[in-house]
Design a protein around this ligand. Structure first.
Ligand code: PLP
Ligand code: TYF
Length: 395
């Protein structure tokens, strides 16, 4: 049965991570995979996470099963993190939050749930979007449609074209939006634009689905969720896939959550029971460790304050690097859009051939699309990257 199978290429992002590891040039620079890095190029465990783990190890008494929804304490802490404290949605029982294996688990379970709601569900995704959205959502049987988002010339949001295309969506279609720190472009909607999209979604009866993978890494925990919260306050139904991979640095622990918002508490109870049944038929229950860490941090004033301070430092470092990078590239061209964008990613807008030269001749790694992870920079390598880019662009 297996003999007919042909080998498939790896995920290009993970492949690039491996190629980078195997490169033994000492001055190589990794701007590829989206993991946060400190000035030394490391992705350290956050101190708050370390401390939470220490406490868990001491206090843990059982490894017995938790259940398909995961930990109730984690789920309510995540509801507050995503929707804000005192959310009327939580108070009215219109939202349930379910612990999932990473943001990917949330995206896939949401897709499976949507297919169960309506077998021929269409989901509109931005052009471009995170490459994994296609297998995660399309693989569950949803039909993928695209709306224009980033103008490839200006590398800015083409909002008019986005709205025009979404006008063509049918009632019941799903619209996937990036909560903040758009991957791969870093170009986010302003709050005024979120408000306009919200009106369109309401008027046309579309179902919003927000992927929130970088809360706290754009401008701050509340600022990054402002658009999402506006939307959640205005529509009857919504889905949110949240990830704790970046903002808690828990990548390999596979920690995330899926929020399901319904029109009434009664509808939400029934919908949640269906979602839990979908989960049971896929992996039964999520892994516990990462969620226990998040729960310990968010449930303790000191640990929470420490985590917020560390996350704030990461966010500030990225903002600093965005300005410094745009400045360092000013002799090469106008890269000021990088300073205006948010989160870890921006496109440089150079060709795959130029990307290849940067890697081969200068040991500078980025995705073929020219997406860079700004967090992979530091003040030391900025001049090196700027001069390599200058050479490759012939400036
Ligand atoms: N969504 C986006 C846009 C991402 O960039 C990522 C990942 O890194 C995720 C979702 C999910 O990440 P994870 O499954 O590691 O939580
Ligand atoms: O876009 C990125 O680089 C991150 C990390 O299969 C990532 O979202 C990349 C590939 C992948 C899972 C996570």
């Amino acid at each position: 049965m297996f003999e007919a199978l042909q080998p498939l290429p790896q995920d290009p992002i993970l492949q690039l991570m491996q190629t980078f590891r195997e490169d033994n040039r000492p001055d190589k620079v990794d701007l590829g995979i989206g993991v946060y890095k400190d000035d030394a190029g490391n992705t350290p465990i956050m101190a708050a996470v370390h401390e939470a783990e220490r406490r868990l190890l001491e206090g843990e008494t059982t490894k017995s099963y938790v259940g398909p929804a995961g930990s109730a304490g984690f789920n309510s802490a995540m509801a507050e993190l995503i929707l804000g404290s005192n959310s009327p949605l939580v108070r009215d029982g219109r939202v349930s939050v379910i612990q999932t294996p990473g943001g990917c688990g949330a995206l896939r379970m949401a897709a499976e749930f949507l297919r169960l709601c309506k077998a021929d569900t269409k989901v509109w995704v931005s052009t471009p979007t995170w490459a994994n959205h296609l297998p995660l959502l399309g693989g569950a049987g949803l039909t993928i449609r695209e709306y224009p988002y980033l103008n490839p010339q200006t590398l800015q949001v083409e909002f008019g074209a986005m709205l025009e295309t979404l006008e063509q969506a049918d009632a019941g279609d799903v619209v996937l939006l990036h909560g903040c720190c758009h991957n791969p472009s870093g170009a986010d909607l302003s709050l005024a634009q979120w408000q306009e999209v919200t009106s369109l979604i309401q008027r046309k009866g579309l179902l919003p689905f927000v992927d929130m993978a970088y809360q706290g890494l754009g401008e701050g925990l509340d600022a990054d969720a402002a658009g999402l919260r506006h939307l959640a306050g205005a529509v009857p139904e919504m889905l949110i896939a949240a990830s704790c991979s970046k903002n808690f640095g828990l990548y390999r622990e596979r920690t995330g959550a899926l929020a399901l918002i319904s029109g009434t508490a009664t509808v939400n109870a029934a919908a949640t029971s269906q979602l839990l049944s979908v989960i049971r038929s896929h992996y039964s229950m999520p892994p516990a460790h990462g969620a226990a860490i998040v729960e310990a941090i968010l449930g303790d004033d000191d640990l929470r304050a420490q985590w917020q301070k560390e996350l704030g430092g990461m966010c500030e470092r990225i903002l600093h690097l965005r300005h410094a990078f745009a400045g360092a590239l000013s002799p090469v061209g106008d890269f000021n859009f990088i300073a205006r964008q948010r989160g870890m990613f921006s496109f440089l807008g150079i060709s795959p051939e130029q990307v290849g030269r940067l890697r081969k001749e200068h040991g500078i790694y980025m995705l073929e699309s020219s997406r860079v992870n700004v967090a992979g920079l530091n003040d030391r390598v900025l001049p090196q990257v700027a001069s390599a880019l200058r050479e490759v662009l012939g400036k």
